[in-house]
Design a protein around this ligand. Structure first.
Ligand code: PLP
Length: 478
C-alpha cells in the first residue's frame, strides 16, 4: 500500500517519475489512437497549457469573486450559441464535459415537468438506442426511465418509432448530432416537429459534432440541420474538449431561453455556510478549463476550424473509401462527419480478430458491439498516418483470413464470447467484479489476453459461458 512520503521529494524528481508513468500508455503523440485525445500537436497543446496556467488557481464557483472567469464563460457561451445559430435569447453554461452536459438537461427537464404537471407521473425520456451511454447514466442518477427506440438501417433515429413511445410520463426527447457509435445525425427536423406537437423539450447531443458539423456544412457537405435553426430544439450540448480542441474539462450546455436553463439551477437559502446558488453540477470549477476554452476558440478562429475540418473530412473520406474497398469490410451506415465504424461482412473474417492484429501493430483500437465493429474518430493529424493504418488493416485482414483460429484466441475470443453470452446480467456482474478488482484495495488491472494468447481466469469465465451458449445454438452468428 502506497503511503504519502514522510519527507516530500524534489519537484524535479516528482516530475521525472510522473513522466515515466506514461511509458505504457496509448500512443496519441504518434496518432496511434482513434479516441480519447483530441490533439492538434505540440504548439497548440503548449498554448492551451499556458492559457490554463494563467487561471490555474481561480475558481468559477463564485462568479462575483472572479469576474474574469464569468466574462470568459459568457463569451464562450455566446460564441458557441452563434456557431449553433442561436438567437440572442440563447443562454447557457460551461460544464466539466459531455457527461455533465447530458446529466443536467435530464435534471432540468424533470424539474420542468414536475412544475408543469399536477398529476403524479413517473418521468421517462425517449432516445434512439444509439444515444450516448452518458444518458443512461443520467437516467440512473436522476431516476428517469430511459425508453429506447429502434434506429433505421443507417443507424438514424426513427421519428415515428419515437412518437409511438410518447406518453403522459414523457419529459424529454433526445437526439444525437452525430451519434458516437456510427457517426449518424438523427432526423432532428422531424423530431423538432414532434417536440412542438407534444410540447416536449428536445435536446440535441452535439457533444461530438457541435464544433465540427458547422464547418463540415460550410465546406459544402450536405448534413441534416441539427442546431437552433430547427424549431423545437430546446437545448444543445457541445464539447469544447473534443472537436473544440480545448483542454479537458470543458463543454457548453445551451438552452433556447433562460427560462429553460433556470430549471437546472440549484439554490439553497438556509445553509449556515451562506446563501448558495449554482448553475451546474460542480461546486468548485477550475478556472483553467474556462480560460483554455476561451483561448482555443479565439486562437483557432473560424478560419482555423474550417481548415481543421477540411483536413479531417479529406482524411475521413480517404479512410472510409479505402476501408469500404477492402474485401469483407464495410462502413456502417452513412457517417456524417469524422466518426465512423466498420464491420466484417464475411463470416470467415472476425472483426475482433482484425482489431487484435491492429493492436499488435501499435494501434489503440475501440470495439463496438451489436453489431461488432471497429470504431474510428478522425483527428487532423491522422492525415499523416492514414496510409499506415490502411496498410496495417489490409495486412491484419489477410492474417485473420489465413488463420481462422485467431477468432477464438486472445481478446477476440473474449469480446466475441461476451457478444454470445445470453444473459446480459451475467456480463454486468463480471464487469462489476472487474471494477471491484480495479478500484478495490488490490487495484488489479483487468488482465485481458496475455502475450501467449491465453486468457485470464476472468476472461476464461466469459469464454466458457459463451461456448456453453454456442453449443446449444450451432452456427449462430454475432
Ligand atoms: C463524448 C460524448 C459524451 C460524453 O462526454 P464526456 O466528455 O466523455 O463526458 C456524450 N455524448 C456524446 C455524443 C459524446 O460523444
Amino acid at each position: 500500500m502506497k503511503k504519502i512520503p514522510q519527507h516530500g521529494i524534489e519537484h524535479q524528481e516528482a516530475l521525472k517519475q510522473l513522466a515515466a508513468f506514461a511509458a505504457g500508455d496509448a500512443n496519441y503523440r504518434d496518432s496511434k489512437i482513434w479516441s480519447l485525445v483530441y490533439d492538434l500537436g505540440e504548439a497548440h497543446t503548449s498554448f492551451l497549457k499556458e492559457a490554463y496556467g494563467l487561471y490555474f488557481c481561480e475558481n468559477a464557483l463564485n462568479p462575483l469573486a472572479f469576474k474574469s472567469l464569468k466574462r470568459m464563460e459568457t463569451e464562450v457561451v455566446q460564441m458557441t450559441a452563434g456557431l449553433l445559430n442561436g438567437d440572442d435569447r440563447v443562454s447557457g453554461v460551461m460544464t466539466s464535459g459531455g457527461t455533465e452536459s447530458c446529466l443536467l438537461p435530464v435534471f432540468a427537464c424533470r424539474e420542468r415537468a414536475r412544475k408543469l404537471r399536477r398529476l403524479p407521473f413517473k418521468p421517462e425520456m425517449i432516445a434512439p438506442e444509439t444515444i450516448h451511454v452518458a444518458w443512461e447514466k443520467a437516467a440512473k442518477y436522476f431516476d428517469v426511465k430511459m425508453v429506447r427506440a429502434p434506429v433505421d438501417e443507417n443507424f438514424c433515429a426513427d421519428a415515428k418509432a419515437m412518437e409511438r413511445l410518447i406518453n403522459r410520463n414523457t419529459i424529454l426527447l433526445l437526439a444525437s448530432a452525430p451519434s458516437y457509435p456510427h457517426g449518424a445525425i438523427d432526423p432532428i427536423p422531424a423530431l423538432g416537429e414532434l417536440a412542438l406537437r407534444y410540447n416536449l423539450p428536445l435536446h440535441v447531443d452535439a457533444c461530438l459534432g457541435g464544433f465540427l458539423l458547422p464547418f463540415v456544412e460550410r465546406l459544402g457537405h450536405r448534413i441534416t440541420t441539427f442546431d437552433f435553426r430547427v424549431p423545437g430544439v430546446t437545448s444543445i450540448g457541445s464539447d469544447l474538449h473534443k472537436y473544440g480542441f480545448s483542454a479537458k474539462g470543458a463543454s457548453v450546455l445551451l438552452y433556447r431561453s433562460v427560462d429553460d436553463l433556470m430549471h437546472q439551477f440549484f439554490i439553497y437559502e438556509n445553509w449556515p455556510g451562506g446563501i448558495f446558488a449554482s448553475p451546474a453540477l460542480l461546486g468548485t470549477r477550475p478556472g483553467g478549463a474556462i480560460a483554455a476554452a476561451w483561448g482555443a476558440l479565439n486562437a483557432i478562429g473560424m478560419d482555423g476550424y474550417l481548415k481543421i475540418a477540411r483536413t479531417i473530412m479529406e482524411t475521413t473520406g480517404r479512410l472510409t473509401a479505402a476501408i469500404g474497398a477492402i474485401d469483407g469490410l464495410s462502413v456502417l451506415g452513412r457517417p456524417a462527419m469524422s466518426v465512423f465504424a466498420y464491420t466484417s461482412t464475411d463470416p470467415d473474417l472476425d472483426i475482433y480478430a482484425v482489431a487484435d492484429q491492429l493492436e499488435e501493430r501499435g494501434w489503440w483500437i475501440d470495439r463496438l458491439q451489436r453489431p461488432a465493429a471497429i470504431h474510428c474518430m478522425v483527428m487532423p493529424r491522422h492525415a499523416d498516418v492514414a496510409e499506415d493504418y490502411l496498410n496495417d488493416l489490409k495486412a491484419a485482414v489477410d492474417i485473420v483470413r489465413g488463420n481462422p483460429g485467431l477468432a477464438a484466441r486472445g481478446n477476440a475470443a473474449m469480446y466475441g464470447m461476451i457478444a454470445h453470452v445470453p444473459l446480459r446480467g451475467m456480463v454486468k456482474s463480471r464487469v462489476a467484479e472487474m471494477m471491484a478488482g480495479l478500484y478495490g484495495p488490490a487495484c488489479k488491472m483487468p488482465a485481458m489476453a496475455d502475450d501467449s494468447g491465453s486468457t485470464s481466469p476472468l476472461m476464461d469465465k466469459f469464454v466458457r459461458m459463451g461456448l456453453k451458449f454456442l453449443k446449444h445454438r450451432p452456427g449462430s452468428k454475432r
